[in-house]
Design a protein around this ligand. Structure first.
Ligand code: C2E
Ligand code: MG
Ligand code: MG
Length: 234
């Protein structure tokens, strides 16, 4: 697992990290998730790997906690196949129930995935929240959420997709879209994270628009867990 930092936009403080899977291949080097997660999904191995990701995420959080870094959170990604799996909620409950009311493990799920089966998604998300996870809607703006449905989703955070962030300083239409996504999210009681912040001018605009958190290469790349500790926690 690699970790990428997330920062509070206004205070510039570290708020936590997103855990991103990497495969260390003997010849191909570090393989990005888009190149192997589809295979994990097709073979069903994603169930086992996903459970490992959550265990690791919780372990990392516990280590930080033990080192006195209170309040930091770790978010992990969950795929469609996992979300629909009959044991998913039970597995999460087994992991998190011993830490109820105190752990900092959050879940990110892409918007398009949630829309596939709305009522199932809503009930699973409700159960995850009852286990103390905050729910982030990933890649927001690339799926086709109905606004009616968005207001009923048990979620805490919208993650504005990279494609918007990268165009925010270049296109008046994108700037207007992002302004309104942030306003909409806040009026529904959701916080907003911008993904893919690569430039200071993007960060500046997002702060002016009252985006809550920033994540991207400009603030920190995904890196091994030990490097993350050295760079941000020591
Ligand atoms: P995501 O959850 O939307 O993660 C953000 C992706 O954007 C990551 O790609 C990250 O490395 C990349 N990124 C971050 N900042 C920047 C930036 O400033 N510029 C650009 N161009 N890219 C940036 P990565 O690590 O290749 O992951 C791709 C996707 O794979 C993730 O998208 C997520 O959907 C999925 N994924 C990653 N880890 C896991 C996992 O453990 N389980 C599951 N089911 N999916 C995962
Ligand atoms: Mg994510
Ligand atoms: Mg994303």
């Amino acid at each position: 697992l690699f970790l990428q930092p997330k920062f509070n936009a206004a205070s510039h403080r570290l708020v936590g990290a997103e855990a991103l899977l990497r495969w260390r291949h003997p010849e191909r080097g570090l393989v990005p998730p888009m190149q192997f997660i589809p295979a994990l999904e097709d073979t069903g191995m994603v169930i086992e790997v996903g459970a490992w990701v959550r265990r690791e995420g919780l372990r990392i959080w516990k280590e930080w906690q033990a080192a006195g870094h209170d309040g930091l959170r770790v978010a992990v990604n969950v795929s469609a196949r996992e979300l629909r799996h009959s044991d998913f909620v039970a597995q999460c409950a087994g992991l998190l129930e011993p830490h109820l009311g105190e752990h900092g493990l959050d879940i990110e799920i892409t918007e398009s995935m949630l829309m596939d089966d709305i009522s199932k998604s809503v009930s699973v998300l409700q159960e995850l929240r009852a286990l103390g996870c905050r729910i982030g809607i990933d890649d927001f703006g690339t799926g086709y959420s109905s606004l009616n449905y968005l207001s009923r989703l048990p979620a805490d955070t919208l993650k504005i997709d990279q494609s918007f962030t990268s165009a925010i300083a270049l296109s008046a239409d994108t700037l207007s879209l992002v302004t309104n996504i942030i306003g909409l999210a806040h009026s529904l009681g959701l916080s907003v994270v911008a993904e893919g912040v690569e430039k200071e001018e993007q960060a500046k605009l997002l702060r002016l628009l009252r985006c809550d958190e920033l994540q991207g290469y400009h603030l920190g790349r995904p890196m091994p867990v030990a490097d993350f500790r050295k760079q941000f926690l020591d």
